[in-house]
Design a protein around this ligand. Structure first.
Ligand code: GUN
Ligand code: FE
Length: 412
């Protein structure tokens, strides 16, 4: 056979279609071209006019789309599992001291390198993350590029109520962010984007929030932040912004609620706040493992079930596992639901939340071939829910064999 530049892989395919539909193809075929674009995904068959080189893959494999983690803190990677406190005390006692280490280039490179390798080994092909300092952003960018992963990278912005070693000068930091944004845009690496990440309203002065909102608008940047995670946090916002009625309105007042905003947690919101978020078209990131670990409360899925921009986040280090399979499991513990809904949130829902569903999130003709080959015990006659149950609740028995981004093997 003459080389055609096409690659094909046979296996069982698990593919999200919508929030309540997942397709299970016991004998499936995925074909993609040299540029990593999918030409065919469906039942295994001879496709007229298409000749491909078969990829050598383990037998009895399952192919799933690359997993998407829409909220994580790279700079907290080494602080996983620090117990004993709820959000505000946990930040003070464990997290702020961990984040300062990113100010050192060697530390920042080391932690970023390990972070992305662990992500790939867990089947994650996209990470929306927070790091710290310009050194942290540059290290994350370099290491993400080396790993070949996709990422939305921002550094945590804060200018009050945090230790002096993390407090920023707003004008100087905004200028630094403007330069970094230009650097990301110029680099031409489509897999990596820069975002503005105000930590949360209690850690930013009104002036800072205003400058962040303006820069996001001028540069058309994503915004990542936390909203209504913990009741003490909500009280702190009331005190810090006494004239503003609700927490969500604080962000809105400064132009921080946009279609490119990712809001983590959203637990203790009023109906008016939920309406406002919907009107602005923001992404909502459900972080079930973190909510359990910090005893923050239950995410009220009943209000968001059919929201078009709902995704899952590990929220490392408040969430103790980088594995999105574990995050899906905790999502089930938080809210009884179909497993296909959780799988959707960690794949296609994540892509929709990011506005990237045309290129990633599921295995579909025209999209990028970001996929994971995993192995687990399953029977061919199973349903999608059965297979998802095996993967999610027996994640310890799941072997992530290979990970591909745009058709290129990036792990192992
Ligand atoms: N709220 C403000 N900062 C943080 C953080 O680092 N982690 C979590 N889970 N919530 C936050
Ligand atoms: Fe977080």
């Amino acid at each position: 056979m003459k080389p055609t530049g096409l690659t094909g892989i046979r296996g069982s395919i698990l593919n999200p279609l919508s929030v309540d539909r997942c397709e299970w193809i016991p004998d499936g075929l995925l074909v993609y071209d040299r540029a990593g674009q999918i030409l065919y995904c469906g039942p295994n068959k001879k496709i007229p006019g298409i000749k491909y080189k078969p990829l050598n893959a383990p037998k009895k494999n399952i192919i799933i789309p690359g997993l998407i983690d829409c909220h994580s803190h790279l700079s907290q990677f080494d602080a996983i599992g620090q117990t004993g406190f709820t959000l505000l005390d946990w930040l003070k006692n464990h997290i702020y001291p961990a984040e300062v280490c990113l100010n050192n280039k060697k530390n920042a490179e080391n932690i970023s390198q390990r972070y992305f390798q662990v992500l790939l080994s867990s089947g994650i092909t996209f990470s929306s993350l927070y790091t710290n300092f310009k050194t942290g952003v540059l290290a994350a960018r370099r290491q993400a590029e080396k790993a070949g992963i996709r990422a939305l990278i921002g550094y945590t912005l804060m200018d009050r109520t945090v230790p002096g070693y993390l407090k920023q000068n707003p004008a100087r930091t905004i200028e630094e962010c403007r330069v970094l944004s230009g650097l990301f845009k110029k680099s031409g690496n489509e897999r990596l984007s820069f975002s503005l990440n105000p930590r949360f309203a209690p850690a930013c002065t009104p002036d800072y929030l205003k400058m962040i909102g303006q820069l996001a608008q001028n540069e058309d940047l994503y915004i990542q932040t936390h909203l209504s995670e913990n009741l003490f946090e909500v009280s702190a916002v009331k005190k810090a912004f006494p004239k503003v009625k609700t927490y969500a309105e604080v962000y809105d007042r400064f132009g921080l609620l946009t279609e490119k905003t990712l809001l983590a947690h959203c637990i203790h919101l009023s109906p008016a706040e939920r309406d406002l978020i919907g009107k602005r078209g923001c992404g909502v990131i459900h972080c079930p493992s973190s909510n359990l670990f910090l005893h923050s409360g239950r995410f009220p899925l009943e209000h968001w079930m059919h929201y078009p921009k709902l995704a899952l986040g590990s929220d490392i280090a408040a969430g103790p596992s980088v594995s999105m399979l574990d995050v899906m499991r905790d999502g089930y513990y938080a809210n009884i639901q179909k497993l296909s809904g959780l799988f959707y949130m960690a794949t296609l829902g994540g892509a929709k939340t990011l506005g990237m569903e045309k290129t990633i999130g599921s295995l579909k003709k025209g999209k990028q071939a970001d996929f994971v080959i995993l192995k687990t015990v399953h029977s061919k006659n199973a349903s999608a829910e059965d297979v998802l149950s095996r993967i999610i609740f027996r994640s310890g028995q799941v072997e992530i064999k290979k990970v591909f981004l745009a058709g290129q093997e990036v792990w192992p």
